[in-house]
Ligand binder design. Structure first.
Ligand code: HEC
Ligand code: HEC
Ligand code: HEC
Ligand code: HEC
Ligand code: HEC
Length: 317
């Protein structure tokens, strides 16, 4: 038995060495407890993308055009739909604890914010109520200048650079570590030329479909006390496109082949419309001489073939 010991010790040291490296990567095993943002302005400042513009101008300009940059406002159909979900849903559910806007908490809004504003979990319930009050004020406002200011305030909280390159960047946190507050996550590791975020680290899955799948939906959100369902497009990618032999990622189609980069778009963009469907229509016009009484009846035969070239259902929802 004595002969085995040195090997066992060597193994122990080897694993300690590994643990040392890991200790650095996992310095904060849980996402560090951040002080809750108390206002929309504080939450917006924490995830403000404008400082990135100085050095990543083209990406910033692309992102600014995308719906990610207005993920609560939407087209602008999202903000009013959140209000409908509150007035016609949450307030009518007997056990939600909400009969008035003042009863709203972050957990109620998470039904939508899980994907439309995931960083809301770093804010107080006051912020949830402020968002709702701001949307209501914007929906009522008739003065153009005031309405514009309210719209800007709604847009100030969004899926900005650091939502993707920090908060949602790491999917497998036990194996890849928890996102650290001083780091931007992408394809490379090293020093980052920004005073606010001096480090770069690898987000192993950021170029994979699963990264977008975090918000683009599988089906009902069962982890919520009251499951909601909105986007289900990632589900159709996994269960229809892949089994049919599809092999491209979201990023390949939406960021690279489209040439749109961070302006991830759908049919509102000409280039996406062209990539979307092949529609082939053949038609033939005939006349049918039926009988003397009814005479000649016009008839048409139309063959329509639609080939969906995207990686998922069209449209989603
Ligand atoms: C002072 C300039 C500067 C600022 C400000 C800055 N960056 Fe960078 N960033 C760089 C440079 C330079 C690189 C490295 C480019 C390279 O080596 O390819 C980089 C790299 C990155 C990468 C890694 C890219 C990859 O290869 O995957 C990400 C992600 C990133 N920045 C995000 C951000 C975000 C988000 C912000 C705003 C919070 C920001 N940066 C602000 C200069 C800056
Ligand atoms: C943090 C959550 C989140 C992540 C991560 C995310 N998205 Fe989105 N995305 C959204 C939300 C929410 C919207 C809709 C905003 C709205 O209109 O209300 C959206 C909108 C879009 C749209 C526009 C849809 C339209 O109707 O015009 C496209 C395209 C898109 N995302 C692609 C992607 C791709 C590709 C990725 C991965 C590289 C990705 N998204 C990652 C949440 C996310
Ligand atoms: C699982 C993530 C997820 C949840 C939860 C979610 N959404 Fe969405 N929602 C999305 C994504 C992603 C899109 C855009 C892409 C699409 O339509 O496929 C979207 C699109 C929308 C749109 C159309 C966008 C537009 O700009 O016209 C509306 C409206 C909307 N969501 C409202 C809501 C409301 C209200 C809730 C809460 C009751 C909610 N969503 C919950 C992910 C989600
Ligand atoms: C919806 C999620 C999302 C948002 C928001 C987002 N990014 Fe990215 N970013 C990605 C993904 C995904 C990639 C990797 C694309 C690939 O696979 O090639 C990427 C790549 C990058 C890269 C390296 C590759 C390149 O194109 O140079 C930089 C730098 C970067 N992002 C900076 C930013 C900045 C700055 C912002 C804000 C203006 C931003 N990103 C917003 C998802 C996002
Ligand atoms: C093979 C290329 C391809 C792949 C892979 C792909 N998409 Fe798309 N996607 C498209 C095209 C083209 C459109 C435009 C058609 C449209 O808007 O309806 C589109 C539309 C969308 C829309 C708008 C849907 C709607 O209701 O109109 C969203 C959101 C989206 N894609 C997100 C994603 C995400 C997230 C992934 C990965 C899970 C992905 N796409 C994978 C090509 C692709």
């Amino acid at each position: 038995m004595g002969k085995v010991k040195p090997i066992a010790i060597a193994l122990l040291f080897a694993s300690l060495g590994g643990a040392g490296e890991c200790a650095e990567r996992c310095a904060m095993p849980e996402a560090p407890p951040k002080e809750k943002a108390k206002t929309m302005a504080e939450l917006a400042a924490r995830y403000d993308s404008s400082s990135c513009k100085d050095c990543h101008e083209e990406i910033y300009n692309q992102w600014e055009k995308s719906l990610h940059a207005r993920s609560i406002l939407g087209t602008p159909r999202t903000a009013p739909t959140i209000i409908t979900a509150i007035d016609k849903g949450i307030k009518n559910f007997e056990c939600s604890g909400v009969t008035d806007d003042k009863d709203l908490e972050v957990r109620h809004l998470m039904m939508c914010a899980k994907c439309h504003l995931p960083q809301l979990d770093e804010a107080t319930d006051d912020v949830a109520r402020e968002i709702v009050a701001t949307i209501r004020a914007w929906m009522k406002e008739e003065d153009d200048a005031k309405s514009e200011a309210l719209r800007k305030k709604i847009e100030s909280v969004n899926i900005g650079c650091m939502v993707c390159h920090n908060k949602k960047a790491i999917i497998h946190k036990w194996s890849d570590g928890y996102p650290q507050p001083d780091t931007v996550y992408g394809a490379q590791a090293g020093a980052h030329d920004s005073p606010e975020f001096p480090k770069m680290a690898k987000a192993p899955a950021i170029s994979e479909t699963i990264f977008c799948g975090q918000c683009h939906g599988l089906g009902p959100n069962f982890e919520l006390d009251q499951p909601s369902q909105c986007a289900t497009l990632y589900g159709s990618y996994l269960y229809a496109y892949i089994p049919e032999g599809g092999s491209e990622t979201c990023q390949e189609c939406h960021m690279h082949k489209s040439g749109l980069g961070h302006d991830m778009e759908a049919y509102r963009s000409e280039v996406m419309r062209k990539m979307s469907l092949d529609v082939d229509v053949e038609s033939q016009a005939l006349f049918w001489r039926k009988n003397k009484a009814e005479g000649v009846i016009p008839q048409g035969i139309v063959h329509v073939n639609i080939l969906n070239k995207t990686g998922h259902v069209v449209p989603d929802g």
